[in-house]
Design a protein around this ligand. Structure first.
Ligand code: HEC
Length: 150
């Protein structure tokens, strides 16, 4: 009888662990999204529109007005966001990953699916990418990009 309980417990625990692994896997970005090409050409017009949208939405609350990752909310709850003015901060992301993250959200990053169209998100990505190109690319003397979310 006791043995039966042990087995039952084992199965139960197994089930719980199984569920946990599954939800972690759900935040993984599907390969086709990673590979998705940005259909909005990165030109002054789309960057300007992305900038307008970035300003019209609440992005700067966390990511900062110029993308330094030090928006008021981020400072409050210590989000440790990337400094987008540094070219290396977004190097390991594809445009597909970035737009997926904006549309679906992740952790404290809200989902913007339904608030922005995917076309608008592509333009915002063009703007975000342009932040490191415009001017302050020299700010990398602090060394390692602080990347330790979670
Ligand atoms: C409430 C705070 C908050 C707001 C508002 C917010 N973000 Fe984020 N964002 C985050 C956090 C936190 C992450 C890191 C998520 C992770 O990797 O766990 C993130 C990640 C990202 C990323 C992935 C690249 C990176 O640096 O990690 C992009 C792109 C992004 N946000 C764009 C936007 C845009 C565009 C908006 C506005 C439409 C926006 N965010 C609004 C908190 C926010």
């Amino acid at each position: 009888m006791a043995r039966r309980w042990t087995i039952l417990c084992a199965l139960l625990c197994w089930g719980l662990i199984g569920c946990k692994t599954k939800s972690a896997a759900e935040t993984k970005i599907p390969q086709e999204e990673v590979d998705r090409k940005n259909p909005a050409e990165s030109n002054p017009a789309s960057i300007a529109e992305g900038k307008r949208l970035y300003g019209a939405t609440d992005c700067a609350l966390c990511h900062g007005k110029d993308g330094d990752g030090k928006g008021v909310l981020a400072k409050d709850i210590n989000m440790n966001l990337h400094d987008w003015r540094k070219p290396e901060s977004l190097l390991h992301f594809t445009d597909g990953e970035l737009s997926y993250l904006v549309l679906k959200g992740k952790g404290r990053m809200p989902a913007y699916d339904g608030k922005e169209t995917s076309e608008q998100v592509w333009q915002i990505i063009n703007y975000v990418r342009s932040m490191s190109a415009s001017g302050s690319a020299s700010g990398s003397e602090s060394g390692n990009a602080s990347y330790s979310n979670n």
